[in-house]
Write a protein that binds this ligand. Structure first.
Ligand SMILES: [Zn+2]
Length: 270
């Protein structure tokens, strides 16, 4: 059996880390870097159409601030909603140079759980670190807040990719994939190079088809359905082409025998 787990990071638009603040900003396009949320909101609607069209489950890793600043919490409630920080924090300080104290880490988790309960109506059981850069201290206490799995790491792709214990052995890690594509360059199962026009759907299909047993986790960002980091908001034509390419990746894999599941379900696969 092989499972396809489509995961969506619900971030502020074109998120960026800055030195001196653990919270993320939006890329400055000339009018400052105050967080923006409109592309994330639009991109979520595009992804909801896609999920509906394919009839598949998926997991939203939602940063709490974006849920508070938009109206999309209830609209994603039929899917699994898991945590992705409160303010898309750099949890290790590797980019921001801000080291978060133990109490601050706990506060981020506590407030994130509460916002998801308020805005979506469920208690999250999963976590993904912003920037896929996990803080081991945080992973070690996450289980105290009802979290059962984490998805903040990459596994090098092989024919068998299985979830494994992490976080003081109290969590299950469901990794995203990393591999080498036909041109010899590193590729991960984050679709963003495709959204940016730098890779084709076929590159991601080939990466995922390496997995013969276990979990193939694919990831994307809400805002990336309608905006490029390089180039800004997409034209309607580009949004449609981007939708088609994303659909192509998912439907090709489903057609070749992958069963689409959410991350919570994938975490239970032995
Ligand atoms: Zn993110």
């Amino acid at each position: 059996m092989r499972q396809l787990c489509f995961t969506i990071d619900l971030d502020r638009d074109v998120n960026d880390a800055v030195v001196g603040s653990s919270a993320a900003v939006s890329l400055d396009r000339g009018s400052g870097n105050t967080p923006r949320f409109s592309s994330s909101e639009k991109g979520t609607l595009v992804l909801l159409d896609l999920l509906d069209d394919l009839g598949i489950q998926a997991t939203f890793f939602a940063e709490a601030r974006t849920l508070q600043e938009t109206q999309i919490g209830r609209s994603i409630s039929k899917y699994e909603v898991a945590m992705h920080g409160y303010d898309h924090e750099d949890l290790t300080g590797s980019k921001s140079k801000v080291i978060l104290a133990h109490g601050e880490l706990r506060s981020i988790v506590e407030r994130s759980v509460q916002v998801i309960r308020d805005e979506v109506g469920c208690s999250p059981t999963g976590f993904r670190s912003p920037y896929m850069d996990p803080n081991e201290e945080l992973l070690d206490f996450l289980h105290e807040y009802g979290v059962t799995y984490d998805s903040s790491r990459y596994a090098y792709v092989s024919d068998v990719v299985k979830p494994y214990p992490s976080g003081n052995m109290m969590l299950t890690e469901v990794p995203a994939l990393k591999g080498t594509s036909a041109n010899g360059k590193t590729i991960t199962s984050y679709l963003w190079p495709m959204h940016e026009g730098k890779r084709s759907a076929g590159d991601f299909i080939a990466l995922c088809e390496t997995v013969k047993e276990g979990v193939c986790m694919i990831a994307t960002h809400t805002w990336h359905m309608v905006e490029r980091r390089s180039g800004g908001p997409m034209s309607q034509e580009d949004v449609s082409a981007n939708y088609d390419a994303t659909r192509d990746v998912l439907s090709s894999l489903i057609d070749s025998g992958f069963e689409a599941v959410d991350a919570r379900h994938a975490a239970s696969i032995k």
